[in-house]
Design a protein around this ligand. Structure first.
Ligand code: FAD
Length: 550
């Protein structure tokens, strides 16, 4: 070992390579060794599903760096096909297996950074070895070969972000795709009434979606479910979630969570001196305690942070909120923070807001409607989470709200944000501002709402249900038992109503105006949040916090 301080980094993709390159930018003389088990480093695994679908045409496009380019630019000693098999934290030595040479050796370190990622969860059912995960370029190669050899049907096990991206890309390649999800809905982190929109979009695009599906076996060309159903599957894709790849850390004596995620402090230090960890392998500090958040943004950020820590620079940890986005067959879904389900399961008293704004001014061509949801702490107006489903503009709204949350803004503060506006980009009252107005009205008691899952109870409790849309809209689709009084006739027909009313309209906006009129006439009135659109989207569903099997 030379006199230079040596940092050994295990895992050469998102977190590991962020750490290595930042470390070099901060320390020109350190000895930095990156050991990667696979054949590639610094590749964009987030692009892999799009390679399968042919959206990204060349494999080379996702290979961002090579050991040679990293050596030339950053002076890094990057070794692929080198697996670290053991850590001796007392001697400060790792045992490395050179997979190409089939030889082992020891390498001393001053600091060790583990960025070993996560491994796919593989259900223990017969035949599961035929299922291909989508973790690296080898997996992609195997899938492409199967398609080239004539695979016509595919079953995707797991309807999380990666599962749905895979479904989309297999549809692109012309396969008949079935998505199999054990939970009662797709996209578990998203609340059921928004996830239902995605499910409808999948079905509309010809994807078969089976929720509550328990896979019991994989055969040569089918996947078998617990209810005896047999799903055609020339190709089986495994996307049933990941577990932290923390075996090395555990063997070295590091503390881990119930799920096996490595515990680190705000400086990415594990409980073992000299051993740091970042990325999917570690538990992240979130507003609701330590969580597994396997996302690229967090991995990169932590990689950068550990380099700062190792270089003696101040580093600021932030809470991880799981801000994420996915596009499925033209439908975009994004979220940040906690879902309503998570909050309610934790016993938090929440205010929930749904809206269905256009992404930009309706008079400017091409406006697209989205569904937005905000979850607010009823105790202090704090923003606990937000979700959106739609098309253009979904990303912007969730990112603005994520930023507001990071800055500690309250829900009502969203009303006052100054956001860029021209008709093709937004509205003078941006959808995020509108959420702020709604939050402010709820906070101050100027509006009261009923959620989609509370409507039956409100009506059973004696409230008169009034549809304030036009007669034409009412004729097309209405909630059973509703009385139609178009908003513009409401003042004249108040005498028809009793003391307790629930109003609704298409998306909640006219309902709010109606509720303001009725409240000022002394009627106990609530507005159906998100209007018939949210209620319809959730039709037949049960709120997930009331189902035991979720
Ligand atoms: P990884 O990037 O997975 O790197 C870990 C590396 O460690 C692996 O290459 C592995 O071979 C190596 N390794 C493990 N053990 C050893 C060992 N003992 N010795 C040597 N090497 C070892 N996130 C998003 O935010 N947005 C997305 O759109 C998105 N899309 C994704 C799509 C796919 C198909 C996948 C698989 C992931 C996606 N992610 C996405 C998640 C994101 O890629 C991960 O969060 C991120 O890569 C985690 O970085 P990491 O450094 O912790 O682990």
């Amino acid at each position: 070992m030379t006199n230079a301080r040596r940092t050994v980094i295990v895992g050469g993709v998102a977190g590991g390579m962020s750490a290595a390159t930042r470390l070099r930018r901060l320390n020109e003389t350190d000895d930095i060794v990156v050991l990667e088990r696979g054949p590639h480093v610094s590749y964009a695994n987030c692009g892999l599903p799009y390679l399968v679908g042919g959206v990204i045409a060349e494999e080379g496009s996702v290979l961002l760096q090579t050991p040679r380019s990293l050596g030339a630019r950053f002076g890094l000693d990057v070794r692929t096909r080198h697996e670290v098999t053991a850590v001796d934290p007392v001697r400060k030595v790792v045992t490395v297996r050179d997979l190409a040479a089939d030889a082992a050796f020891e390498l001393a370190y001053d600091d060790l950074v583990l960025s070993t990622g996560a491994a796919p969860v593989r259900p223990a059912v017969p035949g599961i070895d035929r299922a291909l995960a989508c973790r690296d370029l080898d997996d992609v190669g195997r899938m492409m070969r199967a398609i080239d050899e004539g695979a016509a049907t595919a079953a995707v096990i797991g309807a999380g972000f990666i599962g749905l991206e895979m479904a989309e890309n297999l549809v692109r390649r012309g396969l008949a795709v079935t998505v199999l999800e054990a939970a009662p809905q797709v996209l578990g982190p998203v609340d059921v009434e928004l996830a239902a929109v995605v499910e409808s979009a999948l079905r509309a695009a010809g994807v078969a979606v089976v929720t509550g599906a328990r896979v019991v076996g994989v055969r040569s060309d089918t996947v078998v479910l617990a209810d005896g159903a047999s799903v055609p599957a020339d190709l089986v894709v495994l996307a049933a979630g990941v577990r932290p790849e923390s075996r090395l850390a555990v063997a070295a004596g590091a503390e881990v969570s119930d799920t096996g995620a490595i515990y680190v402090d705000d400086h990415q230090r594990t409980s073992v001196p000299g051993v740091y960890a970042v990325g999917d392998a570690v538990a992240k500090r979130s507003p609701r305690g330590m969580r597994d958040v396997p996302l690229a943004n967090t991995a990169n950020l932590q990689g950068r942070r550990v380099a700062d820590v190792l270089s003696g620079h101040a580093s600021t940890a932030r809470l991880t909120r799981g801000t994420a986005i996915v596009e499925v067959l033209g439908t975009v879904v994004a979220m940040t923070g906690d879902s309503e389900r998570t909050c309610r399961l934790r016993g938090i008293d929440v205010r929930v807001l749904h809206s269905h704004p256009l992404d930009h001014a309706g008079y400017y061509p091409g406006a697209e409607q989205m569904s937005l949801k905000l979850v607010v702490d009823a105790a202090d107006d704090a923003i606990l989470g937000a979700q959106a489903v739609g098309g253009t503009g979904v990303d912007k709204r969730i990112d603005v709200i994520a930023t507001a949350m990071a800055a500690g803004l309250r829900a009502s503060d969203l009303a006052n944000l100054e956001l860029a506006y021209a008709p093709q980009f937004g509205s003078a009252k941006d959808p995020v501002n509108m959420l702020g107005y709604m939050a402010e009205n709820l906070r101050d008691g100027r509006s009261r709402t009923v959620q989609w899952h509370e409507l039956d109870e409100a009506v059973a409790g004696g409230a008169r249900l009034v549809d304030v849309r036009t007669a034409g809209e009412f004729a097309q689709d209405a909630v059973a038992g509703a009385l139609n009084i178009p908003l513009d006739e409401l003042r004249a027909r108040i005498a028809e109503l009793g003391p307790s009313v629930v109003v609704y309209c298409a998306v909640g906006q006219r309902g709010h105006v109606a509720a303001r009129i009725l409240a000022q006439h002394g009627i106990d009135v609530r507005n159906l949040d998100g209007g018939i659109r949210t209620w319809r989207a959730a039709a037949g569903r049960s709120p997930a916090w009331r189902t035991s099997d979720h």
